[in-house]
Design a protein around this ligand. Structure first.
Ligand SMILES: NC(=O)c1ccc[n+]([C@@H]2O[C@H](COP(=O)([O-])OP(=O)(O)OC[C@H]3O[C@@H](n4cnc5c(N)ncnc54)[C@H](OP(=O)(O)O)[C@@H]3O)[C@@H](O)[C@H]2O)c1
Length: 342
């Protein structure tokens, strides 16, 4: 069994880790932390877990994390980087759901995240945990930078086009919508019911923190710096990401065949038949990214539609997918739930 610790168990990605890992046949959850709920039964706080988990929340300082085989950080940015080094020294593997190890250029990370990096030496070692690109590296990784929710949907959407070299990489556009749980469980005015429901708005147009992460990933695949306009939106749903991606084709190609071939062996990427439109509710509660490819009026603009559940393929599910790969397990173990519908 893999002995697992979770730092940040009271947030939305933390409770998703708990829900999925509790039923994972190769995992024993040893510690689950919260600074605000110390001593509280996990199942008293998250009643969906009653009958499945009998742990209490522990303060991170008392959680004996160095006795675990693997620790997930489901914490805000800037927390995992302070503890990763000592955990790795103790032989513990680490998966960070936050952004501490995602950007290879440390100065760039410090600019976007507004803090000094606590262990820049580990950034180079960290593997960016998008298995559909980095599976081989994930296998031997000690430290995983789990991708952000927007970056997962956008990168999986653009990936086949970039690998095939059939689009103009200077004018990529990602117009992406997220449900409100993407902002986490902390209280903030913009996620109040009266602010976020019955409303729809863009934000972060001049620059969102996920922009450098997406550009780094796409540029690495294209082997050349891409230019991307990324516009995130907040939409009145609880979970789900819908990415509408645009690029200009530079040559004729059977796009449907390209996508079907690229993802034919990927358990968690589903390419819909020609002409279909994926819905966020068709992936809710699952680790699936569903993609459709369009070429309106047979013109030179390709439109990719890519949907995920931000808390699963965009966070906790992908983290467990990485864990499965790191520990030599079947990649789908514990995370092949059918989406919840309606
Ligand atoms: N929500 C998403 O869709 C999503 C998707 C992909 C990635 N992520 C990333 O995943 C991370 C967690 O996201 P979330 O939405 O679950 O956030 P969240 O709902 O705000 O939860 C944050 C958790 O971290 C704990 N925490 C806060 N400060 C801490 C500290 N200094 N030391 C230890 N624990 C601390 C909190 O518990 P206590 O305060 O009680 O300790 C809480 O359990 C974030 O970095 C986020 O950017 C989120």
């Amino acid at each position: 069994m893999i002995n697992v610790g979770i730092v940040g168990g009271t947030g939305y990605t933390g409770v998703e880790l708990l829900r999925l890992l509790t039923l994972h046949p190769k995992v024993k959850i040893k510690a689950i932390t919260s600074r605000s709920e110390v001593g509280i039964n996990v199942a008293d706080m998250f009643t969906n877990l009653r009958g499945h988990i009998d742990l209490k929340f522990t303060d991170p300082a008392d959680a004996k994390l160095n006795k675990c085989d693997l620790v997930f950080f489901a914490t805000p940015n800037g927390i995992a980087m302070k503890q990763a080094e000592s955990l790795l020294k103790a032989g513990v593997r680490v998966i960070d759901l936050a952004a501490d190890f995602r950007i290879k250029n440390v100065a760039e990370w410090e600019k976007w995240y507004g803090m000094q990096h606590a262990c820049p030496d580990l950034v180079a070692e960290a593997v960016y945990g998008l298995p559909e690109i980095n599976r081989e590296l994930v296998k031997n990784a000690r430290l995983i930078a789990n991708p952000g929710c927007y970056p997962t949907a956008v990168q999986l959407g653009f990936l086949p086009l970039l690998e095939a070299g059939v689009i103009d990489i200077n004018h990529l556009i990602a117009d992406v919508k997220s449900g409100v749980s993407g902002a986490g469980r902390k209280a903030e005015v913009h996620t109040l019911h009266a602010e976020a429901s019955d409303n729809f708005k863009a934000y972060g147009v001049p620059g969102h923190r996920h922009l450098p992460e997406i550009k780094q990933g796409l540029s690495s695949v294209a082997k050349k710096m891409v230019s991307l306009t990324f516009v995130p939106h907040l939409v009145p749903m609880i979970r789900g990401i819908h990415a509408t991606l645009y690029a200009k084709l530079t040559q004729k190609i059977n796009l449907q065949a390209l996508y079907e071939k690229r993802y034919q062996n990927e358990a968690f990427v589903d390419v819909l038949p020609t002409g279909k439109h994926p819905e966020t509710r068709s992936v809710r509660g699952s680790n699936i990214c569903r993609i459709a490819v369009h070429q309106p009026q047979n013109g030179d603009t390709v439109v990719i539609l890519s949907v995920t559940d931000n808390l699963i393929k965009g966070a906790a599910g992908q983290a467990i997918q990485n864990m499965n790969i790191m520990f030599g397990l079947s990649e789908t173990l514990g995370i092949n739930q059918i989406p919840l519908l309606p």
